[in-house]
Ligand binder design. Structure first.
Ligand code: ME8
Length: 516
């Protein structure tokens, strides 16, 4: 048998100096959905996340709390691991930048860049924001009445002068532009690539890549005074996971298929990262997949506004599948999105409980009652039957295509298009009236509905894994027949197979006060 096609996908690695928030949950869920979809489609998938544990901010937060930076990193890493488990979005591996395997890899990548002549020692000075871990140009700053200067992000800046190693990023502008030109899908959605191209066309400055002002970081090979400045360290995590340089069993996964990231870090991923890899003579990732930001009713989450909701609280309140569905359906991928109680409840009750849940419940309980709890006999196929089935099988190709383009909202719109049509089919055929007049036709309608639900459930697995598993169980689909390859007519439900007793898959969301 030919080797399975590999597929390697990553999330950004969250800063380890704070607890997980909704943005992190959104990114993890989306990446998990992409990973699950490709696995469902028969690929050999590696899904990696990690933790960004170095930097001055870590040192400072830890000091404020009276713990070591490593203790802070350990605590946050445990919170993120719990989030992944809670959201049913566990990764195959977690690269923590303090791990030995990562240090070795980063130092080797540095050596390769140095060997290429791309790293030199010089002096760096400028307005630095500790909180942003970034220098800012004079022109970007604002000043308050006391003459104190602030970054565009509102954080205070201070004048810093230090010896620093630099990476010759300026030498890569032309090469990067040629690369974008040859690989127009390198950054998706396209609007983010356009921003990057415009930025690079204005010319690139060399990049300061080491610090002497703090020591919580990976040491520069051959110069212990310096630790690497966060981005060489952080970006290399994607590479570390594959053990590519050691030629281990996961080396086949490099280059990555997709780095899923938020829109605020596109420059680092679409400019720095490919330039580092070109310099180190390593293959470039295939795609940078950018998502937008999530806001609570249009407002940025902040402690002062008091609208910070933990992913944990949301998952407990609405259910994990509901949250996963909401994020991917409601927000066109790549754009910013909003969440609110009303919007989540609307999606749960209309799409999940009503459209999918009710259809499954009604059709499966009729099968339980009237067909002896067995898959009914399809009988003669009428035009309406053929239409809804063709629509369902056709959705597989459309969903696959949408997912290849990282448009999960379109895949879900297509799947729910089938669910809508199936509801119209069911209502139009009125199988509950056929018991006395034409039981064979009733059975045929129930069969077609169940087979449509099978295809829908197969497609739903990456998005709402628990509910899809439940539904596939109720339809008697064995565990080894749940890949997307089985969503075809030749693997249709077999008449006469025993089905388990029907059970609801999606309860309606009821406001706590109504439930009393
Ligand atoms: O940027 N909505 O870490 P991070 C959606 N350590 N996504 C959001 C978001 C929001 N409100 N807020 C943040 C870092 N994100 C670096 C990454 S990768 C080599 C290093 C996204 O914890 C953000 O865009 O600030 C990023 O993709 C991820 O969450 C981690 O953000």
């Amino acid at each position: 048998m030919a080797d399975k096609q590999t597929y390697y996908i990553t999330t950004a690695i969250p800063y380890a100096n704070g607890a997980p928030h909704i943005g992190h949950a959104y990114e993890r869920i989306a990446t998990d959905v992409f990973a699950r979809f490709q696995r469902l489609d028969g690929k050999d998938v590696l899904f990696v996340t990690g933790m960004d544990e170095h930097g001055l901010k870590m040192q400072q937060t830890a000091a404020r709390e009276g713990i070591s930076a490593q203790q802070l990193a350990d605590r946050t890493a445990a919170q993120f691991e719990a989030m992944g488990a809670k959201l049913n979005a566990r990764a195959d591996d977690i690269v923590r930048t303090t791990q030995a395997r990562h240090k070795t890899t980063v130092q080797e990548v540095w050596r390769r860049m140095a060997a290429k002549g791309d790293i030199y020692l010089s002096k760096y000075s400028g307005w630095y924001s500790v909180r942003d871990e970034a220098y800012y140009d004079e022109g970007e700053l604002t000043e308050n009445a006391d003459g104190k200067k602030f970054a565009p992000t509102g954080t205070p800046v201070e004048w810093v002068e230090e010896e620093s190693y630099f990476f010759k990023l300026s030498a890569y502008a032309e090469k990067l532009l040629a690369y974008y030109e040859a690989h127009p899908d390198f950054v998706t959605p396209e609007k983010y690539l356009n921003e990057i191209v415009a930025f690079v066309k204005r010319g690139l400055n060399d990049l300061s890549i080491s610090r002497t002002t703090f020591d919580w970081g990976i040491k520069v090979p051959g110069d212990d005074k310096h630790v690497m400045y966060v981005w060489v360290d952080a970006l290399t995590n994607y590479f570390t996971a594959t053990g590519y340089l050691e030629g281990g069993p996961r080396a086949k996964f490099w280059p990555a298929d997709a780095h899923v990231i938020g829109k605020d870090i596109t420059r680092f991923h679409a400019i720095f990262w490919p330039a580092f890899l070109m310099s180190a003579e390593l293959p470039l990732p295939k795609q940078i997949v950018v998502h937008g930001f999530l806001f609570n009713r249009g407002e940025k989450m902040s402690k002062s506004v008091g609208n910070v909701i933990s992913p944990d609280t949301l998952a407990d309140h609405y259910g994990v599948d509901a949250l996963r569905y909401f994020f991917l359906r409601e927000v066109p991928f790549g754009q910013d999105g909003n969440y609110s109680h009303e919007a989540i409840v609307q999606r749960i009750n209309a799409d999940l409980a009503n459209d999918l849940g009710n259809l499954a419940q009604r059709s499966l309980s009729m099968i339980g009652k009237n067909c002896g709890g067995k898959v009914p006999t399809p009988g003669a196929r009428e035009e309406a039957d053929a239409e809804i089935l063709a629509r369902a099988y056709g959705a597989v190709t459309i969903a696959r295509d949408a997912m290849r383009q990282y448009l999960p909202h379109q895949a879900l719109a297509e799947i729910w298009g089938v669910v809508g049509d199936a509801n119209r089919y069911f209502a139009g055929q009125e199988p509950w009236k056929l018991g006395k007049t034409d039981p064979a036709r009733r059975d045929a309608v129930l069969y077609v509905t169940a087979e449509t639900l099978r295809v829908v459930a197969l497609l739903c697995q990456p998005f709402i894994p628990e509910a899809a598993e439940k539904l596939l169980g109720l339809l008697g689909v064995p565990a080894d027949k749940r890949l997307l390859a089985f969503a075809t007519p030749d693997h249709a439900l077999a008449a006469g197979e025993n089905l388990p007793a029907p059970a609801p898959i999606f309860p309606r969301y009821v406001e706590p006060e109504e439930a009393k």
